[in-house]
Ligand binder design. Structure first.
Ligand SMILES: [Zn+2]
Length: 123
């Protein structure tokens, strides 16, 4: 039930951020309402411009962060602490990151190949 449309639209226009980045900059978003559940950042803050339609999301990929994201994805649980227990999210994150490499015509790093095998996308 809508009781106050103004407040609702205000909420939707103020993006939540984690480390200065909106959820679109993360490969894993367990819950859009809780930035603490967003993992594997791999875009620059320029992704805000992409969300507004001013540039392509591909132009906002941060390849240094991408390397870290892939290493984390290839070792999703370390010392009993897991990025997420949701295998579907890990699979989707692998697909998402792989798409960036395909679009940029970059060679697929070995750590990402391991993710493809681990999450059943490749044998
Ligand atoms: Zn991305």
């Amino acid at each position: 039930m809508k009781t106050n449309n103004f407040d609702e639209s205000q909420q939707n226009t103020v993006p939540m951020l984690k480390d200065g980045l909106p959820r679109q900059a993360f490969a894993i978003v367990e819950d859009p309402e809780f930035p603490s559940t967003w993992h594997l950042p791999h875009h620059t803050p320029q992704i805000m411009q992409s969300i507004l339609g001013h540039c392509s999301p591909e132009s906002t990929v941060d390849w240094a962060l991408m390397g870290k994201a892939i290493v984390m994805l290839s070792r999703p649980c370390i010392d009993g602490h897991c990025i997420t227990s949701d295998k579907y999210l890990l699979l989707e994150a692998t697909r998402h990151l792989l798409n960036h490499y395909h679009t940029a015509h970059r060679p697929i790093p070995n750590a990402l190949r391991i993710c493809l095998i681990m999450f059943g996308l490749e044998r």
